[in-house]
Design a protein. Structure first.
Length: 220
C-alpha cells in the first residue's frame, strides 16, 4: 500500500516561469530566446545548467545566485507561483490519512521559502542543500527513505522528470507518479520510460487521491 506521498518542487509544486524569466533578465537576453534554448537543452537530455553556458561560457550558477542576492534580486517564489492544484491536492491527501513530504533539488534559501509556504501542510521538507545530495544521486532517495516513517515501497514520489525523479525513485524501490507539466514533463511525456516506468501518469495533482485509493484497494 501507499502510505506516504513525497513531492518534487520545481514544475511539480512550483511554476518556475517567473524564476527562469528573472535569469534571462540577469543574463540580458530576451526571455523567449532563453526559453527556446532551455527547451532545446532539455530535449537533448542535457543538464539544464548548460543553458547558462550557451549565453555565458564559464557561468558559475552558485556565484551568480550570490551576485543576484547581493544586487537585491535573489531567487524568489511565493503563493502566486504554486500551481492551482497544489493546495487542494495536499488537503485531499491529508484528509485521506497519508503522510506527506516535499523533497527536491533546492537551495537553502528555497528551503526556507518552502517552510514558510507549507508550515502546516506536510510532515517533511527536505532539500538537496540540506542533505548534501541532489537528484538523481541515489543518496538523495536514501535520505528520503530515511526521513519517511514507512517502507520505500509504501512511498509515492511525485515529479515532472523521468531522469531526475521517476527513474531514481523507482530504483530506490518507491512508487512513482509523473505529472505532465513544465519543460521536462512535456518533452519527456511520450518517451518509452515515461510511458512504462511510472506507477501513475497524471495530468494534475488532483488525480492523486483517487489513484492512490484505487492502487491501495487493489493491494488489499
Amino acid at each position: 500500500m501507499i502510505r506516504a506521498v513525497v513531492f518534487d518542487v520545481g514544475e511539480c509544486l512550483v511554476d518556475e516561469t517567473k524564476e527562469y524569466g528573472a535569469w534571462a533578465d540577469w543574463l540580458g537576453v530576451p526571455r523567449h530566446t532563453f526559453a527556446a534554448v532551455f527547451g532545446a537543452v532539455v530535449a537533448q537530455g542535457r543538464d539544464y545548467r548548460d543553458v547558462f553556458q550557451e549565453f555565458d561560457p564559464g557561468f558559475d550558477l552558485h556565484a551568480q545566485r550570490r551576485a543576484r542576492a547581493d544586487a537585491g534580486q535573489p531567487e524568489a517564489f511565493d503563493e502566486s507561483d504554486l500551481y492551482d492544484d497544489v493546495r487542494p491536492a495536499l488537503a485531499r491527501l491529508r484528509a485521506d490519512g497519508l503522510w506527506l513530504g516535499i523533497a527536491g533539488n533546492q537551495t537553502v534559501r528555497a528551503g526556507g521559502i518552502l517552510r514558510q509556504l507549507f508550515t502546516d501542510d506536510v510532515d517533511l521538507i527536505g532539500t538537496s542543500d540540506d542533505w548534501g545530495a541532489g537528484k538523481p544521486d541515489p543518496e538523495f532517495f536514501v535520505r528520503v527513505a530515511d526521513a519517511v516513517p514507512h517502507e520505500p515501497d509504501e512511498i509515492l514520489y511525485v515529479g515532472d522528470r523521468v531522469d531526475n525523479d521517476i527513474r531514481p525513485a523507482a530504483a530506490a524501490g518507491m512508487r512513482t507518479a509523473l505529472v505532465r507539466r513544465g519543460p521536462w514533463g512535456t518533452i519527456q511525456w511520450q518517451t518509452t520510460e515515461a510511458r512504462d516506468l511510472p506507477t501513475f501518469r497524471i495530468e494534475s495533482l488532483a488525480e492523486l487521491s483517487q489513484a492512490v485509493k484505487e492502487f491501495n484497494e487493489r493491494g488489499r
